[in-house]
Design a protein around this ligand. Structure first.
Ligand SMILES: Cc1ncc(COP(=O)(O)O)c(C=O)c1O
Length: 440
């Protein structure tokens, strides 16, 4: 019997009982369930890096505003499907103050998490042009967006951006755009899972090509302001959260409140549609919607049948958070900075014991410390490594499900790891490096 930090036989038995052929191939939720079972059976805590859950309490300004709204009775009343007026105005202010972009309140729409914003956008965008049927993902990316495409029966193409950074991005994007099939592009920035952050030059390339080929850019800002190398936290003061919105008028932004405001449980996010896109008429939409104006079709044609709007009280909760952020009373970036501190410590420990950072550079600078990082161990592919790490009390997910070409890569999420677990992490990785020495 092998001696591993988490008892070998128990782990082996529970893996077998789970019916999973391999831990390395399991989905995020399957890994979560397996690790819950192992923790319960062994009474040992894992270093849990598989799920992107906020590790912080919800922003109190939101909780307070939401409770007040509930006490006033909003639960009984259907919210307007386009969002309540004060929230739409506050979102418009938020993007002005933290991104320096102008969007009318009309195009600022609360959604049931960014997840629903994406779903609604994919549905509407796939119908903009009769002769264009494909979304382009700039990968690696969030696997659920692809799952949404599959359930909607929509086509997508994708490429791993790591080898196409900087000026190389233009030619790569154009090679897809020239096909005439692409109606829209999606990427997250900072990127889940690699934590790549696009530069202004890259955003300019994306924006210019979007205008040239009349393609809509969906910019997923789930980790808004969380490139901690710059301070994006001061309302109305540069630097601002970088965005493609500065370089094209064809954009939709998804701003999740899950990570930036630790509000994942209330399922509320913001979809921000540029004024230009909102008011553009696309005749091909007529086959599906009462009107062919994009914004109208999105609200009264897509969001209405999906959920008839977003939870009334959660809208007031988000309003409370945005008011506190916009007035400068609440610094939402400082609130989440600890993720970066933990990433820094964790990466150092991984590197010390022979692990490597997979997406290691942001063009010419080391990748920033944030919510996620990626790692590998020489000689192992991701599946083998994840299978082994479970015995060492470490759980994470493979990059393979993210559209990454790096078959050796694993995504680590920093949010649930506690500072007091760093010594455990170090001891476990040390033992791993002794059990699988690099020069053997
Ligand atoms: C890149 C990205 N987009 C969207 C989401 C979903 O956001 P929400 O919780 O607002 O639906 C996540 C959540 O992990 C994410 O990482």
């Amino acid at each position: 019997m092998k001696s591993t930090p988490i008892e070998f036989n128990t782990v082996s038995r529970l893996i077998e009982e789970s019916g999973l052929k391999s831990v390395g191939k399991a989905s995020i939720r399957e890994i979560k369930k397996l690790v819950d079972n192992i923790e319960e059976a062994t009474n040992k805590k894992f270093i849990r890096m598989e799920m992107g859950i906020p590790g912080l309490p919800p922003v109190q300004a939101g909780v307070k505003a939401q409770i007040e709204a509930l006490q006033k009775g909003v639960a009984a009343i259907y919210p307007d499907i386009m969002g309540i007026k004060p929230l739409k105005e506050e979102i418009s202010k938020f993007v002005k103050l933290f991104m320096d972009i102008d969007v009318s309140p009309e195009g600022c729409i609360p959604t049931v998490g960014s997840m629903q914003g994406g779903f609604a956008a994919f549905l509407t965008l796939s119908r903009l042009h009769k002769n264009r049927d494909t979304t382009l993902f700039i990968d690696p990316g969030f696997p659920v967006h692809k799952m949404q495409h599959r359930v909607l029966g929509l086509k997508y193409e994708s490429f791993d951006v790591y080898n196409y950074r900087g000026g190389k991005l233009r030619e790569k994007l154009e090679s897809y755009f020239k096909s005439g099939k692409i109606h829209s592009v999606l990427y997250s920035n900072p990127n889940n899972p690699s934590w790549i952050c696009f530069t202004e030059d890259e955003l300019k390339i994306i924006g210019e090509l979007a205008t040239k080929y009349d393609i809509v850019i969906m910019e997923d800002l789930a980790y808004f302001g969380m490139d901690f190398r710059k301070d994006y936290s001061k309302p109305g003061e540069a630097p601002y959260q970088p965005s493609v919105a500065n370089y094209t008028e064809n954009y939709i932004l998804f701003i999740s409140s899950s990570k930036a405001f630790s509000y994942a449980g209330e399922r509320i996010g913001m979809m921000v549609v540029s004024d230009n896109l909102y008011s553009t008429n696309y005749p091909d939409l007529n086959g599906f919607y009462p009107r062919d104006e994009f914004g109208y079709a999105m609200i009264f044609g897509t969001l209405y049948p999906l959920s008839s709007g977003t939870s009334h009280s959660a809208q007031y909760g988000l309003l409370g958070i945005l008011k506190a952020a916009n007035s400068g009373e609440f610094n939402f970036v400082d609130y989440v900075k600890d993720y970066g501190v933990k990433a820094h410590q964790m990466k150092e420990i991984f590197l010390k014991y022979g692990f490597e950072i997979v997406y290691d550079m942001d063009i010419d600078k080391p990748i920033a410390d944030g919510f996620y990082f990626t790692f590998s161990y020489p000689g192992f592919d991701a599946e083998e490594l994840l299978d082994k790490l479970v015995y060492y009390g470490i759980s994470a997910i493979s990059l393979l499900i993210t559209g990454s070409e790096r078959t050796e890569g694993i995504r680590a999420c920093t949010s649930l790891v506690k500072h007091e677990q760093m010594t455990d992490l170090e001891a476990r990785l040390k033992q791993f490096s002794e059990d699988y020495p690099l020069n053997s």
